[in-house]
Write a protein of this length. Structure first.
Length: 159
């Protein structure tokens, strides 16, 4: 087989990083309220464009770009500088950085730090953001309709 032919890529990912200590995860009122707003605003999976009904599961709000469990290691002044410069997009840039006093204000606000995903594209084996390298994960969003992406997924984009 040559690289010109469709070929399977197998990756074994082993990651060893130090996650800072943090309180057990709780669902804040801000997260609950803004998750509902995110669903009302976007209502579809970022990757396949499926609604909850089309995917067969409630849509899940993924913390993005800052994962909640990593918030304690973030240098928030550095992040704010990039955010204000538009590096992370207009919604993050427009966040009320002047009144920012606690990382939960940003991290748990799903309208600025959230991405809607169907269950498969969030945590599914060989297709979820939490289970595969980012370049492979994001390729699913732009892959050709009907492409056999993996043994378990044929690319389908909802209209």
């Amino acid at each position: 087989m040559t690289v010109e032919q469709i070929h399977e890529e197998k990756e074994t990912l082993s990651v060893e990083v130090n996650i800072p200590g943090h309180d057990p995860r709780t669902t804040t009122a801000l997260f609950t309220r803004t998750r509902k707003e995110l669903i009302a605003r976007d209502g579809r999976c970022f990757i396949c464009n499926a609604t909850a009904e089309e995917s067969g599961h409630p849509l899940e709000a993924h913390h993005h770009p800052i994962e909640r469990s990593l918030a304690e290691l973030i240098d928030w002044d550095r992040f704010k500088a990039d955010a204000r410069a538009g590096v992370w997009g207009e919604k993050v840039r427009a966040f009320d950085w002047d009144n920012f006093t606690d990382w939960t204000q940003f991290v748990d606000d799903m309208t600025v730090n959230g991405m809607l995903l169907c269950k498969a594209h969030h945590i599914g084996k060989d297709e979820g953001l939490h289970t595969m390298p980012f370049p492979l994960w994001v390729a699913q969003k732009y892959a050709k309709e009907g492409y056999q992406f993996s043994a378990i997924e044929v690319i389908h984009h909802q209209q």
